[in-house]
Design a protein around this ligand. Sequence first.
Ligand code: G4P
Length: 283
Amino acid sequence: MHFQWYPGHMTKAKRMMQENIKLIDLVIELLDARVPISSRNPDIDELGKNKARLILLNKSDLAEERQNDAWMEYFKAKGFAVVKVNSKKGGGMKSIQGVIQEACKEKIERDRKRGILNRPVRAMVVGIPNVGKSTFINSLAGKACAKTGNKPGVTKGKQWIRLNKNVELLDTPGILWPKFEDQKVGLHLAFIGSIKDELLNAEELAAELIRRLRVYYPGVLAEKYGIEETEDSYECLSQIAESRHCLLRGNELDTEKAALLLMDDFRNGRLGRLTMEFPEDYE
Ligand code: G4P
């Protein structure tokens, strides 16, 4: 399978982020907890240097809890503040305010020494498409907070959301494009649905997922679909088609339909909480 991306979008998004980054104290970087490395754009380290950094393992409800904790330790060891969140349900949101203050304590201290008191921390949310940036902003901001409108010194049109007296959030998140140089990254992003399915061969992708699940989570497919997990991934897919009555005219098995069904079950957590990348492979 071969993945490609479109550089035009990338240049524009990067320019927007470079402009905005000057205005902010804290970069809140969202990763997908199922594939924290593949969903991370390495350019953010260059872009966010000299800024306080917070990593959020979003969609943690879809990833294995034990692995979420292992990934938290992994990023903490690299000096990041880390919180695992479920933006859709609001899980993990309570602790974020405290973590933000802690991550920005050097800036707050610097301000204090210069006699600047109570200047709110300004934060920007960044991440690859579909990682949950908008859902997160809505969840964190809730109904209670109002937009603060334009401010002097801020590029016209930028809106800030006042979360409380301590934190302001830029309401437009920074979009980073994933890096596809490594085909494994492309595959991981395809698993979680971050690459348009029309660009992919559904059966090939499903076969790759089956291969992974058989190794990392043996028994999951057998239990969900009542199939035998054989070495041959395409054979497994045929069994899923059979067990789910995916049939073409003439009773031929519709393995494409089965592939789409499998991917949908995986992406929506119906196969359980499954992680596709493990910290020990990235030490
Ligand atoms: P983006 O701004 O980064 O592009 O992402 P966005 O917030 O639009 O979220 C992309 C999808 O991910 C949405 O699903 C959203 O509901 C889902 N999502 C975001 N955070 C979480 C999370 O923590 N857990 C889970 N399980 N899902 C999350 P969608 O299918 O586009 O919409 P919907 O069906 O949820 O309405």
